[in-house]
Design a protein around this ligand. Sequence first.
Ligand code: FES
Ligand SMILES: [Fe+2]
Length: 424
Amino acid sequence: MPAAITVRGFRAPVIDSWWISCETREDTMSSRSAETWEQTPPLPEGHYVSGRVYNDEEIFSDEREHIFKKIWHFVCHESEVAETFDFRTTERADVPLIVTRGEDGRIRTFINVCSHRGARVVMEPGGNARTHTCFYHHWTYDTRGSCVSMPRSDGYDGTGVCKENMGLREVKTEVKWGFVFVNLDDESPPLDEYLDGALDIFDQVLPKAELEVFHYHRAEIDANWKAYQETIVDLYHEFMHVILRDTQMPAASMDDREMRTYANGHVTIAGLKADYDKYEGWTDRNGASCFPGLDPDDARFAPLFPAQTFITRGTVMRVDTVQPITAHKCLIESRGLGLKGESEEDRMMRIDHHNEYWGPFGRNVTEDAFAAEGCEFSFGKGAALRGIIARDEGGKGQCDSGLRGFWTEWSRRMGRPFSHPTND
Ligand code: FES
Ligand SMILES: [Fe+2]
């Protein structure tokens, strides 16, 4: 038996030669014993994912520190804070945030925590307010994050505490094509460096369109956040969705698909088509008002690492984020976008097209949640030991190269190989 190999403190598994050849005759095929079930498959390390990544509490908290506190997060579209003093509250990496538009028109983000004794300042999910007053002792902040009022402030005379040094903590904020991104790490690279060109598959579309959000929903599901995000990157699971089996898989050659992976773990998929009238009861979308530069049957998407996805289908756009809640629960937020100022008829068409696939009762996103919860059922308590991501179609068809790109970046940021992330 060869000795175990140790790499950067992580022990690589020893692979035994138990694997049954794929050329084995049908009459010798069999179910697997405990030994063959538990042993590491004879695949390259980057071609299978350890089940520990979905259920280990230390890994879960490391992800918050090494990934979610370091990356750029999409938080909202500028149309959601369209007017001066509009605000929205949200959370990223367990940090509560206020996103607001100041009287200078600039969108800023602050940690939604009072500088006095740490209370949450803004309670509402959104609204319009020139200032925000903390409920506890009534310190008040403006839309630049300055503390503008401190009741009976003379009680702090001589202590060094004053309005001038008690503002809110500002968070790095950048807006690209109307999409608002924030980063909790002041030392992070600029947004464009993080994106690494992954949104360029929309560069003939999004800069030419003035968009607005017409749909928002959120859902907590019982699954590790990665199990849901994998459903976005995994094209092989098209078989699961009746709607994709009917409209997408036969609509174009698998060889027309272009899956690209990027240095920061992002993935783009272009070259997808859809024949919508192939789904019973639907009509084609020919002649419908599309986004600039898109045909009605065009579909493309950009899952950004770690868990935010931009998708267009000729007539409509969806942006999703997934946030970890626990190792076994995550929050999905989903937005639908249309063209600002369009006719009521076009807006209704776009809402229909959005909801048919992606709405809370659509035939796509809800089924992905079902898939993620199905994996949680087995990975959550350790019954499933690993997942295989070994499909190689050269970035075409239903290749697993996107999944491997996602997991490679996960390993880089976590300092743990995803095939054996713990030494258990
Ligand atoms: S905690 Fe906010 S004013 Fe005291
Ligand atoms: Fe799916």
